[in-house]
Design a protein around this ligand. Structure first.
Ligand SMILES: Cc1ncc(COP(=O)(O)O)c(C=O)c1O
Length: 419
């Protein structure tokens, strides 16, 4: 964990000021923590990889704008994300487009805008893109997403290694790639694999990248392709729950580095740009979800803090975004124990909705919490508002605040009517 992340007094000053100025529930993104993470990534992997940020993890326009001069590429997964990126000033040539169900209108829009790379996920999509590019007299650059037949154990979500909507199954790849390579209005520039997310296990991450390298080697040899780009889906996770061990990037680099060096040294890859695609590992830990305690109830031996934002504003922290068993996120009371005035005790934390799944914490040990207090949930910078059912029960929509040095900027994206 970066030293800055452990400085809770400093973080609380920012969170308290943001809540005061912009109200709650709110997401506060601390850009200095993202800077630290970028520096760590650069230090560990910069000699092999350029970085590509997966917009789906946090599409906040203020954040996309801030990232524009700090990261090499963006990966978008919809026409809507393309619009957000373009509005934030990103040039189309620095953008790749993944997604298993791209529509004709989305393909038309990005091809007309000179998208950097279209990440082809099926033959259907390649044929459609070829047809659209032909109609406008263009030749679209593509990379093909492959779906490995194996994902090592240790990822939160396995997107390959079993029947999967994502990418072209490696078993089908020889015929499919030959057909794509021959399409006159597509130019095959490389390959892409994203097969597992949210791993906190260095050995699993390294093993997965080993699988990628072997697939890239074999596939490029079969096609006699000298790729311009090979995109590695990072799988780098973040700690969410008490006891989770944060990744040590230099440990991963030390383990896989010699193999990446050897891979790079192969003549076929002499001019290849390797790209590491990632979302949550870059922005997740820099974001805090701040919710205010509206009411405290003593109920049958339990103390329950009922807050102004719950599942509606933060689905992931309620355990309903792809978690099999709900586990508490790491959280703290803003202001800590008020200089010892508040002894720790266990309490449950719920949101404002009329459903028992609206729970943000069970038996959490915190300094005594009272009405009006702020609770900050950690690791909420990715898959936040845009991955939450914000209109459910029509409570106030979550605010988003960017903390830039000493400055707080309201970057709330979802500003629609809540009723
Ligand atoms: C194609 C692709 N790229 C990037 C990501 C980002 O994953 P993460 O936020 O875990 O880095 C995902 C996640 O599902 C993905 O499917």
């Amino acid at each position: 964990m970066s030293a800055a992340l452990t400085d809770l007094a400093r973080i609380d000053a920012v969170l308290g000021a943001a809540a005061e100025r912009f109200d709650t529930p709110s997401y506060v993104y601390l850009t200095d923590l993202i800077e630290d993470r970028l520096a760590d990534l650069q230090q560990a992997f910069g000699r092999w990889f350029a970085l590509s940020y997966a917009v789906k993890s946090n599409p906040n326009p203020g954040l996309l704008d801030w990232l524009r001069e700090r990261i090499d590429y963006l990966d978008i997964s919809s026409g809507g994300e393309f619009t957000l990126a373009a509005r934030a000033g990103w040039q189309a040539e620095r953008i790749s487009f993944t997604g298993p169900a791209k529509r004709r209108d989305e393909l038309q829009a990005v091809i007309a805008a000179d998208l950097g790379e279209l990440v082809i996920e099926s033959l259907r999509e390649a044929r459609l893109a070829n047809e659209i590019a032909a109609a406008s007299g263009r030749r679209q650059i593509v990379v093909v997403r492959l779906s490995p037949d194996r994902v090592p154990k240790g990822f939160g979500d396995h997107m390959a290694g079993r029947p999967s909507p994502f990418g072209i199954d490696i078993e089908e790849a020889p015929d499919a790639l030959a057909e794509i390579a021959a399409m006159p209005h597509l130019r095959l520039a490389g390959l892409h694999i994203y097969s597992g997310t949210q791993s906190l296990k260095p050995a699993a991450i390294c093993e997965n990248w080993r699988i990628f390298m072997q697939i890239f080697r074999d596939t490029c040899a079969a096609l006699d392709l000298r790729p311009e780009k090979l995109i590695f889906g990072s799988g780098l996770g973040i700690p969410y729950h008490p006891g989770d061990q944060a990744l040590n990037l230099s440990e991963i680099a030390a383990e896989i580095g010699p193999e990446l060096d050897a891979f790079r040294a192969e003549p076929r890859f002499a001019d290849t740009r390797l790209v590491l695609e990632l979302g949550r590992h870059l922005v997740g830990e820099a974001g805090f979800f701040v919710t205010r305690v509206i009411s405290v109830k003593e109920s049958r031996g339990s103390r329950i803090a009922i807050c102004d934002g719950g599942l509606n504003a933060n689905l992931a922290a309620s355990g309903n975004f792809g978690m099999v068993l709900r586990r508490n996120y790491v959280m703290h009371r803003v202001g800590g124990d008020d200089g010892g005035a508040r002894p720790e005790e266990k309490l449950d934390i719920s949101g404002p909705l009329c459903t028992s799944i609206d729970k943000l914490g069970g038996a959490v040990l915190l300094p005594r919490v009272e009405e009006g207090d702020l609770i900050a949930i950690h690791s909420c910078g990715a898959y936040g508002p845009s991955a939450s059912p914000v209109y459910f029960i029509s409570h106030p929509l979550p605010r988003e605040v960017l903390s830039l040095g000493g400055q707080l900027i309201d970057v709330t994206r979802i500003r629609g009517e809540n009723a």
